[in-house]
Design a protein around this ligand. Structure first.
Ligand code: FCB
Length: 477
């Protein structure tokens, strides 16, 4: 923003030669429907698994729900103006499936589609490229009642929904990603149960992962048929997985977690096969009998781009006798077949989520996808950090978040220098929002949300990011 009363918080851009990104680099910020929209029962929207989950006692911290969230559904035009003030080139949002196709099957809900049409038009009117994610975790509840993602039929329902959205928005939206982070949907939703729908069964998690990818492939085929010029992709959350030592048992632990976290999705989507070691690791959990002939060909339908969400690194080791299982994403139930692997904390700085800050891991991740999997353009579709913020004299000086972005953008730039075709970067998140099982207790936004008044306050990181976008680069260190 160019307001002279609010110069960038730190002077990093004023020192030395700049680190310039390629021309046309797509600078953006991301959000997701359930995390910001609110208006949970308005305009014909029906419940998703996250409505049910958040309204179930004990599932979300402090009983928070997405009923109101950031009230973005009602404040969309002014939120888009804010994006324009920040100079965003693109905005990544997700469509709420139960808003546009209540119940998850049957005809479209015109009022729901109209919201996203207006959003796309507002964005385009401000020169901001809309980037649409079809599924950011809000499965319509009736589809969960019919079996959810562990049921094969859900993949077909997803393709129908994709077609319906393509018909309505394909004239306005060029960039489409099918799924956001299928690992989370499958392993947090059906494995550990810390996310909706809160089920806990290793075989179901593996089946869910497969059917999510099958839905992705079918949706890509439907979108391609309907919108041949659209840019189509998927967003996966990837982690470098490092063994705690060179000991063979630690190296094997890292191999197992890498298979479940990364290769479970990268291999089918980009190579058309499951890793053989994964099937061996999971032999006690599932015989992969849910995989039918032809599925992997559908799953590996060619794409135009790959979206990578990056937050941290996993460091793992072989089990030790009597070790306590760790909470949350380290919960053994997230890692079927590898339940006794130990997640090691290194004592490096962490965010408010307790996620270790590891910027070089972003370079490593992007290089790996490019070197081992694909020449397709890559986009960082999410990267960011939660920290405890405070409003002081009407300002939020989020130096830690700003430093996190700065370090990760340098890491992204390094990947580009190494030959990775990285074409864009989306900060997570545009604004503070409903952080799933953590409710509103974790703030990831570049814009502060006052949940009582719904006031928006751009934090220091937002002003700094606006300057990065304006210069298309950072100062060299
Ligand atoms: C990712 C999710 C996103 C947000 C960030 C912090 O896993 O895609 O919705 O919760 O983490």
């Amino acid at each position: 923003m160019s307001n002279p009363d609010h110069p960038p918080a730190v002077g990093v851009l004023d020192q030395g030669p700049e680190l310039i990104f390629p021309p046309g680099f797509l600078w953006g910020a991301a959000t997701a429907a359930y995390q910001i929209e609110g208006a949970a029962t308005e305009g014909g929207r029906t419940p998703s698994i996250w409505d049910t989950f958040s309204h179930t006692e004990g599932r979300v911290v402090a009983g928070h729900t997405g009923d109101v969230a950031c009230d973005h559904y009602h404040r969309m035009p002014s939120d888009v103006r804010l994006m324009a003030e920040l100079g965003l080139k693109s905005y990544r949002f997700s469509v709420s499936w139960p808003r546009v196709q209540p119940g998850g099957s049957g005809p479209a809900n015109a009022e729901g589609l109209d919201f996203y049409r207006r959003l796309a038009d507002e964005l385009l009117g401000h020169g901001i490229e809309p980037w649409l994610t079809l599924y950011h975790w809000d499965l319509p509840q009736p589809l969960e009642d019919a079996g959810g993602w562990p049921a094969r039929d859900t993949a077909g329902r997803f393709a129908d929904y994709a077609e319906l959205v393509a018909d309505a928005l394909g004239d306005r939206v060029r960039y489409w990603t099918t799924l956001n982070e299928p690992w989370c949907s499958a392993f947090l939703g059906y494995g550990s149960g810390v996310h909706a729908p809160g089920r806990s069964d290793g075989a179901d998690a593996v089946r869910a992962g497969h059917h999510l990818m099958l839905g992705h492939g079918l949706a890509v085929q439907a979108l391609r048929a309907s919108r041949p010029h659209a840019q189509l992709g998927i967003t996966v959350n990837l982690y470098p997985v490092t063994p705690a030592s060179d000991a063979p048992a630690d190296v094997d632990a890292a191999r197992r977690i890498d298979a479940l976290a990364n290769r479970f999705f990268l291999d089918p989507v980009l190579r058309g096969s499951y890793p053989t070691d994964l099937a061996a690791d999971l032999r006690e959990v599932t015989d992969f009998g849910h995989v039918r002939d032809g599925d992997l060909a559908v799953i590996s339908t060619p794409l135009d781009l790959v979206g990578v969400n990056y937050y941290s690194r996993h460091v793992v080791a072989a089990p030790v006798e009597g070790a306590e299982p760790e909470p949350y994403w380290r919960a053994p139930s997230c890692w079927p077949g590898s339940e006794d692997v130990r997640f090691v904390t290194r004592g490096v700085p962490v965010t408010d989520m307790d996620w270790e800050i590891d910027a070089p891991g972003l370079t490593e991740t992007l290089r790996r996808v490019h070197d081992e999997y694909t020449d397709l353009p890559l986009y960082v579709t999410e990267n960011g950090s939660a920290f405890v913020d405070a409003v002081i004299d009407g300002q939020v000086d989020d130096v830690d978040r700003l430093a996190y972005f700065d370090a990760h953008l340098r890491a992204a730039h390094e990947a580009i220098n190494a030959g990775v075709p990285l074409r864009g970067y989306f900060a997570w998140s545009l604004m503070d929002n409903f952080e799933w099982a953590w409710g509103y207790t974790k703030r990831f936004g570049m814009v502060w949300i006052d949940y009582d008044s719904q006031a928006r306050i751009p934090k220091s990181s937002a002003r700094w990011y606006a300057e990065v976008i304006r210069r298309n680069g950072l100062a060299a260190q």
